[in-house]
Design a protein around this ligand. Structure first.
Ligand code: DSN
Length: 442
């Protein structure tokens, strides 16, 4: 039974419907190992598609700049409560439109223009919004970056040395492409020694944190940020969480929570997205359910199995393995760039994105590494045996790609079709979790 909206979409806009149906098929038939990808729960999508799409209400619950926000006030208050409960936070702001928007708001709250920002370098796994030159955070602020040691691990001695030398106003712990846990307590000690604020960005591991399978930084950091779509099975969006420091005075003398809220609205965003906040509220309730924790456990087990199987096949992994959902492959000894590997895998129905690795001399658009993650396979119910199978398929693709025609970089069609069929058989055995599907697609 189609909803009125879906039926009209299908009748009135076949061109768009065909593209959307194509996406449903693509999701089903490809094996996504994109580390930043997740799967929004069907109930999350339903909450985000509800009537709140039409609400315009700047401000916060009980203090709006538009009338008619009663039900939305209740939804935002619920989302804030659930965010606090999910992460043991003293204060939560659920309005950021993304993790990047959350980081930008926090940095503008804590740092003056030109203030020193110490974060992980992009090629060592840092995020654009941690002070990368291409980001506004690298231009408004004075970025200083730390890297990793020869073992691939964050080097706390280097961070301390840089912090003493440059006296940052904010130190960022967290990454987009780093497969290990951060030592939040060590970071806070360094921040306290130099009088910096500590921002921990848990976008990539928020589900593991919520499930209690990864250290929770909320009470250690001054401020913690996350996106909601990677591991929380939520909508596109961001969260800002404050722990035991939420009431202490911020840089402007007001309580830190108020300073952060003002930096989101009116500081860097106008009207929030009420429908997205409803979807966040739903996702934040799900993280407390046993099924969510079981999947988070599987995410970790799958990543460990994938890393072990790739290592056994001779692939070089950054840091030698993983203790998150992420596995980083260093391709420098294979003759393949990250771009070549990504394209060859995609030809076979396997999705994983190219990524810079420490000391990379190629551009980020080419990159010498490949980033894998297990959020999506775990949500499909794939376990360690399937991860061993994935490693075998990836290994075959990369070996064929390394021997491929060096000018065209195309796989032999026979090999490609053979592997693609095996990928299809695997994905057919583990369908995507229940989500709204356009009639006639399956
Ligand atoms: N931060 C980007 C990533 O990790 O892929 C997108 O969320």
């Amino acid at each position: 039974m189609l909803s009125t909206g879906e039926a009209r979409l299908r009748d009135e806009d076949p061109e768009l419907t065909e593209l959307l149906d194509g996406e449903m098929i693509r999701r089903d038939e490809t094996l996504s190992l994109v580390a930043s990808a997740g799967v929004a729960d069907a109930s999350v999508l339903a909450a985000g598609a509800a009537a709140l799409s039409d609400v315009t209400a700047e401000g916060y619950p009980g203090a709006r700049f538009h009338p008619g926000a009663g039900p939305f006030d209740g939804v935002e208050a619920l989302a804030r409560t659930r965010a606090r409960e999910a992460f043991g936070a003293g204060h939560a702001n659920v309005q950021p439109h993304s993790g990047s928007a959350a980081n930008l708001a926090v940095l503008t709250a804590l740092l003056p223009v030109g203030g020193v920002l110490l974060g992980l370098r992009l090629d060592a796994g840092g995020h654009l919004t941690h002070g990368a030159p291409a980001s506004v955070t690298g231009r408004w602020f004075e970025p200083v970056s730390y890297g990793v040691g020869d073992d691939g691990l964050v080097d706390h001695d280097q961070i301390l040395r840089l912090a003493r030398e440059h006296r940052p106003g904010v130190i960022v712990a967290g990454a987009s492409a780093y497969p290990r846990q951060f030592d939040h307590v060590r970071f806070r000690e360094i921040a306290d020694e130099v009088g910096a604020y500590l921002l921990v960005d848990i976008s990539h591991v928020a589900g593991l944190v919520a499930a209690g399978l990864h250290p929770n930084p909320v009470d250690v950091a001054h401020v913690t940020t996350t996106s909601t779509y990677k591991q929380l099975d939520g909508p596109r969006g961001g969260l800002i969480l404050l722990g035991r420091d939420h009431d202490r005075p911020g840089p402007d003398g007001a309580p830190l929570s108020r300073t952060i809220d003002r930096a989101v609205f009116p500081g860097s965003q106008g009207t929030p997205s009420p429908a997205a906040i409803a979807a966040k509220a739903r996702a934040l309730a799900r993280v407390r359910e046993p099924g969510f924790r079981r999947t988070a456990r599987l995410v970790l087990d799958d990543a460990a199995a994938l890393a072990a199987a790739l290592s056994e096949r001779g692939h070089r992994l950054l840091t030698g393995g993983t203790d998150t959902h992420m596995v980083m492959v260093d391709l420098r000894s294979t003759g393949l760039s990250g771009l070549m590997a990504e394209r060859a895998l995609e030809e076979c129905g396997i999705l994983a994105n190219r990524n810079s690795v420490p000391g990379d001399t190629t551009s980020p658009a080419v990159a010498a590494g490949l980033r894998l993650g297990t959020n999506v396979p775990a949500r499909r119910g794939m376990g360690p045996p399937e991860m061993a199978r994935c490693a075998e398929l990836i290994d075959r693709v990369l070996r064929h790609a390394a021997r491929a025609d060096s000018t065209r970089h195309r796989l032999d069609p026979v090999h490609r079709d053979e592997i693609r069929a095996e990928v299809r058989a695997l994905t057919r055995s583990f369908p995507m979790p229940d989500q709204p599907v356009h009639e006639g697609v399956r």
